[in-house]
Design a protein around this ligand. Structure first.
Ligand SMILES: *Cc1c(COP(=O)(O)O)cnc(C)c1O
Length: 406
């Protein structure tokens, strides 16, 4: 067996479709957000337009200082799993802060948002082995993996389609446990789930709810509790899941829920039990970031204003900006090869970094640029971006009529 040839073949198929992924080799510069050095392009200064560090919190001096201090005072590693010497004061403080953020009794921190979804959903399936899981068709890969590992029966409902969800619920055996798993902000289209209406259905059919708020925590609600806070429905959800790695600018994931639920996951989830806990520096930085964003709603207002401004400018220039209710600004290209051409040219000719988004992250034919302006993308940077994108669009000969046609 020629193993190497098999590995090369596996890559060739991706390359043939024009969706071979090349890392942008960046060096971020604390204090100069959203600028970075691109080591792949002769060490050039670039402006990043596709980061999930939505509010620049990774470089907030208070967050950095909290991390540095913890590193110096408590050392680099945590020293173990949460159960064997790896729980320290900061884990408890952060979990209390997160529980409070979502108005829940308890919270539990994981090594990433991915792991928190996969571990929690799979463990719920073990605790409720005859459960039926209702899952939105656009749910994130980490939820899909958790549902698969749960070995529960699942029903996929059409994206944000309440009627379809209700039909599926109606045909389910009334006595079976039911879990509805969905996201608040869908990260590639920037649309929002009808959380209250989904909770109504959950009440009507006796289901529990699992909401991924990864792209909303820190960003929506008066204290950054997400769309569930904004809509006043956090109390109706069984589980709220979030990340510390996007708006909070650090690393890690978590769930928040009742004490009994969190205790059950803590006691049974292998993805929680059998891995070393997060180190003090990360926990201290995350704690500082959550506290900061609870108290600084003006950053969220600025963030929304910047996103609205970019959408307005793209539309005014006749570019195919996709409809989005959130801070995420998707710009349709519709072809993986051209999407890569656009982003290569933006980088090479304009020092602007945007990553093309291809299948399987989005359906084929809807390849796009996913722009995420932050409060630090000021008018000046936006002027530069608009000049560049209009120039590149024209040079590549892309359609500017899509918006009207769609
Ligand atoms: C990024 C993401 C995750 C995973 O979170 P990480 O902390 O990056 O592992 C989970 N759900 C959704 C919807 C995401 O986009």
């Amino acid at each position: 067996m020629d193993y190497e040839a098999r590995f090369e073949q596996a890559v060739a198929s991706v390359r043939d479709e024009g969706r071979y992924r090349v890392f942008a080799n960046l060096e971020r510069i604390a204090g100069r957000f959203p600028h970075a050095i691109n080591h792949g392009a002769g060490k050039r200064d670039v402006v990043v337009w596709c980061s999930n560090d939505y509010l620049g919190q990774s470089q907030n001096p208070l967050v950095v200082e909290a991390g540095v201090k913890a590193l110096q005072v408590m050392g680099a590693g945590s020293g173990g799993t949460r159960n064997i010497s790896g729980t320290h004061r900061l884990h408890g403080e952060l979990e209390a802060e997160l529980a409070d953020l979502h108005g829940k009794e308890a919270a539990l921190v994981f090594t990433s948002g991915y792991v928190s979804n996969s571990a929690t959903l799979s463990t719920l399936g073990k605790i409720l082995p005859d459960a039926l899981i209702f899952t939105d068709e656009l749910n994130h890969a980490s939820m899909i993996e958790g549902i698969r590992f749960s070995r529960c029966e699942k029903r996929i409902f059409r994206h944000n389609d309440l009627e379809h969800l209700e039909t599926l619920l109606k045909y389910a055996e009334p006595e079976r446990p039911k879990i509805i798993a969905f996201e608040s902000v869908y990260s590639m289209d920037g649309d929002i789930a009808p959380i209250a209406a989904i909770c109504d259905l959950a009440d009507k059919y006796g289901a529990m709810t699992y909401l991924d708020e990864v792209h909303a925590v820190g960003l929506y609600g008066l204290r950054g509790g997400g769309i569930s806070e904004r809509d006043g429905v956090a109390g109706r959800l069984t589980v709220i899941e979030g990340t510390l790695a996007k708006a909070f600018g650090c690393m890690g994931g978590y769930i928040a829920g009742s004490s009994a639920l969190v205790d059950a996951i803590r006691s049974h989830a292998s993805g929680f039990i059998f891995t070393s806990s997060q180190p003090p520096a990360t926990m201290a930085a995350a704690l500082a970031s959550v506290r900061y964003l609870k108290a600084h709603h003006e950053l969220r207002i600025k963030h929304q204003e910047r996103a609205a401004e970019l959408k307005k400018r793209l539309a005014r220039a006749g570019l195919p900006v996709m409809e989005s209710e959130t801070h995420i600004v998707p710009l349709l290209v519709g072809c993986p090869v051209k999407a890569k051409q656009v982003t290569d040219m933006l980088m090479e000719e304009h020092g602007i970094y945007v990553q093309p988004i291809n299948f399987p992250t989005v359906p084929r034919g809807t390849e796009r640029l996913r722009l995420t302006p932050t409060p630090f993308h000021d008018d000046c940077l936006m002027d530069d971006f608009m000049k560049a994108i209009v120039d590149v669009w024209r040079k590549i000969g892309l359609d500017r009529e899509y918006r009207q046609a769609a």
